[in-house]
Ligand binder design. Structure first.
Ligand code: GLA
Length: 674
């Protein structure tokens, strides 16, 4: 049995690592597995703990006994350890893979299962990893929950004996939960032990946090086994998605920054490229787009300093409302009689790039595609097809569907000068049927996501310079898996700035600011001033989405100023370290800071939403500065040492619904004298 030994701070000598527990003999109801934390338990004998693996062999045997065979190590690009196991009787091989990302102090784990025999094996659960905490049951779990237009609430709660489950059953991770967790013992934003992890997967996932009756705490993570089965055919291999985890002593903030660096450097395709400031026409024109309406917006956007003009929904065949058109990815002949070329040229002549919205996985029943291929959607033949937003979901597991999407989007991208695509996905699944599936229909949960990755990957290969944005009615598909294809996430359909502060704080728990697309729009514009709205959006990848035709001259001028300020500081926000100084989910006065990697530059944002007077503004303690550096802060007369800004802090006085953005600059080193 492969026993887990230790997860925590790195120890100097191999001999420092604790030995596995000796199985204590308890009374008969609990076998040895309840005392010795097994690294990757398969369901068998008296193991009642939550297993990672559950299979049924062809003869009906429904457990798996794993025996260790051998290991191998491959060295590059990062070292990977593979531990090989076989079932003691049946021809099933299991390999546990461990990739070490030393630079980020992260471990990536996944599993492969291989059928070495001649009969199929039904895999009913195959998690990616079990992460075992040091002995004890006094831990807290933090996870994210939410709903449409209200994503990424941070929930921290004590773990108690039993099983806590966080999951998605919607074929995307969904707004409801994120495939991410932390476990801590009395940690805060800045200090304390935090064990954290995620699953690089854009479909149904499951996280189980188990505290056993013998005070052992474990987190399992993987593809959700709900309604899942995979018929592993003779000589076939099934690989799980990867789970990536880490440990820090420096609190939740450090855990987030480790993931931010990892995503920027190792996951997203263009992690070193600053994102352009975009304008998106959705909230201004909804479906009512044509060359004239878009060109008018484009002229104003360009004058304000926008660099990329994105036309959202409504541009394609027969798309006037949300009840028709999805699936027919060619320009509507009434709105664009000469194609998209004219609009794209005028956008380019204004000095901007051009981007477009698509929703490739969907069809409206009222579309040429659906009329031609009604069998291409997920459905149970004997049941009505539940529509949501008047649309059905294409079965992305089918190769003919995949090829059709690749060819139609490839045509669009080849014929037009498009540098940005917002890939949307606007409904959760229903009737997840696949009547003519080659094996078990319940493979759909994995094959669908693999199909999305395949299509997206092919298009990325053919158009490597295009920047893609992942949207699922806002932040419904925000995970490390999709970020291998998309450089950005559309964070939320809620663009009201005070709500966004909270959504952005939750998002930042595991995803970096450069992936977080944030538009300034007209939501609550009579309450929340334009500058406040800009400052909120400047905390991520800035975009504008208001109806510019209704913006007066002074609004356009203020916008131009904010945009030009953002251009000066975006390298710090998009590529620096982020420090959540005062939580907006907990306070109506909040602050967030970004510091360049060399600690020479920084930006501080402070926000006050509605707090009635009188109100005592809290001290803001900066973070991440060089203690021995002398820093000036814009708007504050006296430069002080980094140490002073961090220890003594400063007050940023703000009236209700006011925000402040201050640049920090280190201008010399000072030896600390006391
Ligand atoms: C979804 C997206 C929005 C917009 C609309 C278009 O709701 O999240 O940003 O693109 O679809 O229909």
């Amino acid at each position: 049995m492969l026993a887990h030994r230790y997860w925590g701070a790195r120890l100097p000598y191999i001999s420092d690592y604790p030995a596995p527990f000796d199985p204590i003999k308890w009374s008969s109801p609990d076998g040895p597995h309840h005392f010795v934390p097994e690294e990757y338990p398969g369901y068998a004998n008296t193991k009642y703990i939550d297993p990672c693996l559950k299979v049924t062999f062809a003869d009906g045997t429904r457990d798996v006994i794993l025996t260790y065979e051998d290991f191998s190590v491959t060295a590059s690009p990062q070292p990977v350890l593979a531990l090989h196991f076989k079932d003691s009787y049946y021809p099933l091989q299991l390999t546990l893979h461990y990739r070490i990302h030393e630079e980020y102090d992260l471990i990536e784990r996944w599993v492969t299962l291989e059928n070495l025999g001649d009969d199929p094996i039904l895999v009913e659960r195959a998690f990616s990893a079990k992460w075992t905490l040091p002995p004890g049951d006094n831990y807290s779990l933090t996870h994210l929950y939410g709903r449409h237009i209200d994503e990424f609430h941070i929930q921290r709660e004590p773990l108690t004996p039993g099983l806590k489950v966080i999951e998605s059953r919607r074929i995307i991770p969904s707004h409801r939960a994120s495939p991410w967790f932390t476990v801590d013992r009395n940690a805060s934003e800045e200090q304390g032990e935090v064990w954290f992890g995620t699953l690089a997967w854009s479909g149904n996932f499951k996280i189980t946090a188990e505290v056993t009756e013998f005070a052992s705490t474990r987190i399992s993570i993987g593809v959700n086994d709900w309604d899942f089965a995979w018929k592993l055919m003779p000589h076939q291999i099934l690989a799980t998605p990867a789970s990536i985890s880490g440990y820090t002593k420096d609190g939740f903030g450090a855990a987030s920054r480790i993931f931010h660096d990892y995503v920027r450097d190792e996951v997203i395709p263009h992690g070193k490229t600053p994102h352009k400031i975009l304008y998106n026409s959705w909230e201004a024109t909804l479906f009512d787009v044509d060359e004239t309406s878009q060109s008018k917006l484009a002229v104003i956007a360009a004058q304000m300093g926008v660099e990329l003009f994105v036309m959202d929904d409504g541009w394609f065949h027969n798309r006037n409302l949300d009840n028709a058109g999805l699936g027919d990815w060619f320009p509507d002949r009434v709105k664009f009689p000469n194609g998209l070329g004219g609009l794209i040229r005028s956008v380019n002549e204004l000095g901007m790039d051009f981007g477009l919205w698509v929703e490739p996985e969907m069809v409206n029943p009222d579309s040429d595609l659906y009329r031609a291929h009604p069998d291409w959607v997920l459905h149970f033949p004997t049941r009505a097809r539940t529509e949501s937003r008047n649309q059905l979901i294409l079965n992305m597991a089918r190769m003919d569907v995949q090829n059709h999407i690749i060819e139609s989007l490839d045509k669009l991208l080849s014929e037009n000068n498009i540098t940005f695509i917002k890939w949307d996905m606007n409904r959760g699944v229903s009737e997840p049927g696949w009547a003519d599936a080659p094996a078990d229909q319940r493979e759909i949960w994995v094959r669908y996501v693999q199909g999305v990755y395949h299509v997206w990957g092919r298009l990325r290969q053919r158009h490597p310079n295009v920047i893609w944005q992942s949207c699922a009615s806002g932040g419904g598909r925000a995970d490390f898996g999709i970020l291998e294809f998309a450089d950005q996430i559309w964070t939320s359909d809620n663009t009201e700035a005070t709500a966004r502060l909270n959504i952005q704080e939750g998002y930042s728990q595991f995803l970096p600011a450069n992936t977080m697309e944030a538009w300034v729009t007209d939501w609550d514009k009579d309450i929340v001033p334009l500058e406040f709205r800009f400052h909120v959006s400047m905390c991520g990848s800035l975009g504008v989405g208001g109806n510019l035709l209704e913006w007066g001259q002074s609004d356009r001028e203020s916008a131009a100023k904010c945009i030009s300020l953002y251009k000066e500081i975006r390298h710090i926000i998009q590529f620096g370290d982020q420090f959540r100084l005062i939580s907006s989910q907990k306070n109506a006065y909040s602050a967030v800071q970004y510091v360049s990697k060399d600690k020479r530059e920084g930006v501080l944002f402070a926000f006050r939403t509605h707090i009635p007077e009188p109100f005592n503004i809290p001290m803001v303690h900066l973070r991440g500065l060089d203690p021995e550096g002398m820093y000036s802060i814009e708007g504050v007369e006296q430069p002080r040492s980094g140490m002073a800004w961090m220890e003594a802090g400063l007050k940023v006085e703000l009236k209700i619904y006011k925000a402040q953005c201050c640049k920090l600059r280190k201008f010399r080193n000072v030896p600390l004298r006391y």
